[in-house]
Structures are given as C-alpha cells and as structure tokens.
Design a protein around this ligand. Sequence first.
Ligand SMILES: Nc1ncnc2c1ncn2[C@@H]1O[C@H](COP(=O)(O)OP(=O)(O)OP(=O)(O)O)[C@@H](O)[C@H]1O
Ligand SMILES: Cc1ncc(CO)c(N)n1
Length: 284
Amino acid sequence: MSAAAVIPRAGRVPIALTIAGSDSGGGAGIQADLKTFQELGVFGTSAITGLTAQNSVGVHGIWPAPVSSVEAQIEAVLSDIGTDAVKTGMLCSVEIVKLTARLLRKYRSSHIVVDPVTLSKHGSALLEGDAVSAMCTELLPLAELVTPNIPEACLLLGWQESDIRSVSAMTEAARSLLQYGPRHVLLKGGHLDDQAANETAIDVLVSQEDPSRHLLFSAPRIATVHTHGTGCTTASAITAFLALGMQMEEAVGSAKRFTHQAISSAVPLGAGIGSLWHAAHRTL
Ligand SMILES: Nc1ncnc2c1ncn2[C@@H]1O[C@H](COP(=O)(O)OP(=O)(O)OP(=O)(O)O)[C@@H](O)[C@H]1O
Ligand SMILES: Cc1ncc(CO)c(N)n1
C-alpha cells in the first residue's frame, strides 16, 4: 500500500473495531490488530474480551473479561463512534461469542471478519470447547469472511487435522465451511504439511456467490520461526482494507502482501517465537 493511500479520504477516517484478547507480548491479539489498523490508515477501536500473560515462549495465563464489561465496551463504541468494519479474534467463552453476535446484529454491523481463534502458536486454548458450536451457529452466519487456519477449520468441521494435507483438501474444507453461512471463507495454509508448502504459503478463498470457484493466494514461504501474530495480522489487515472500501479479493491480496512484509521483517524478541514488524510495508 502506498503512502498516499493511507491518508484519510475526504474528511472522515475509516473506523474498524476489534473484539479480541490482549497479548502482553504485543505481537498478536488486540495489539496486532490496532498496530495493523493504524499502519493502514484506519482508526482502530477495541473491545477487550480477555487478558493473556503471553510472551515469545508461551501463554502463561488467561483471564476472560467479565461478560458485562465486553458488552459495555462494544455498546460504548457502536452507540457513539460507529464502525465501518469489525474483526473478532479470541472470544474466550460461549457467553462472549453469543453476546458479540447479538450486538453485531443489534447494530447491523457490516464487513464482519471472524478470525475463529482457538489455539495460540504454542498450543494453548484461547476458546472454551463448548464455544465452537456457538461460533458456527451464531457468529459465522453474520460474517462477511471467516479466516481459519488448518487446525481451526478442522475443529469447526469436526475433521481430523490429517484430513487436510494438500491444497485440494484445503479447498474442500473451505467449501464445507460455507455451510455455516459466512459470505466468504479464507482458509490459511501457514500450517500446511505438504512438500509444496515448504516453499510456498498458500491460502484458499471461496465464496457463497459461486462455491465451485476458488482463488489461491500464494507467496514465497519465509524461512523463519518468528511468526507470532500472522493470523491476527492477516485478519485485521483484511478488515482495514474492507473499511477502506476494497472488494474482498483485493482486500485479501493486499493483506497477504502486508503480512508477508511484516513476517519478512519480524523481530526476534524473546527466546522463542518472535513477532511480526507491522511497519515493514513503509520501507519495503
Ligand atoms: N513462514 C511464512 N512465510 C510466508 N507466509 C506465511 C508464513 N507463515 C504463515 N504465512 C502466511 O501468514 C498468513 C497467516 O497464516 P497462518 O496459517 O500462519 O495463520 P494462523 O495460524 O491463524 O496464525 P496465528 O498462529 O498467529 O494464529 C497466511 O497468509 C499464511 O499463508
Ligand atoms: C490474545 C491472543 N489472540 C490471538 C492469538 C492467536 O495468535 C494469541 N496468541 N493471543
């Protein structure tokens, strides 16, 4: 994205709301979302669903926020400031999933991007097990886009992770996820365990308009362990581009480039998995 494109248009800056958890390490969750919104010229607002004590080594604690506090945050933002797009991330519990769906229906929010976060990169649970079906029945029907990685897609579909070992299996899974009602599904291939995936990071986009058609978004795979926050950054960049008025295919392609640049300049902070550098697009 060029510098000219990040200057707010015609007097009003586009707004995006993230409903997600806090990552003390700064690379994922609310912190990744707000950095991404800012980098892309979108005013970021937030409703924090829970706190995590997290760093490059792992998730050391997780505290869901009181449901009433999540309700008050979303109400405060949507009843006054409004929004052009919404991203959801770590939602912790069935109660927060249902509340989020109810308020997004109440405010007739559009451009809703659901990142169905269930696990951290280190394998810690960020969503309670019984919240998965509420996500499928309450939130996904409202979504313009859902952005699972491969383990999340398997969880939503009740498949085994070994069921998705190729781009064609990714495409089949993405099409199956359309049954829950999102307008588009972007199945991200960061976790693909396939020979071709050693060199390429491939994502698959399918849409309700024509489920027989699929689009592949591919980029050279960067040989790095420092990928903390790739999923949050991808979903929040798509949300920002939708708030800026892009169509879905262009938003996904632009977000893929933004995230790729951020991975290529990732900062190896801490002893484990370092985080993306969200300002990389300014100089690359
Ligand atoms: N090493 C890499 N090089 C290039 N692109 C990558 C790499 N790893 C992931 N990606 C891309 O980053 C984006 C996010 O994909 P990924 O599957 O890693 O998400 P995720 O697992 O949800 O992330 P997170 O663990 O942060 O939740 C996708 O576009 C994916 O193709
Ligand atoms: C708070 C939070 N949200 C999402 C993720 C997934 O990367 C994470 N690790 N932490």
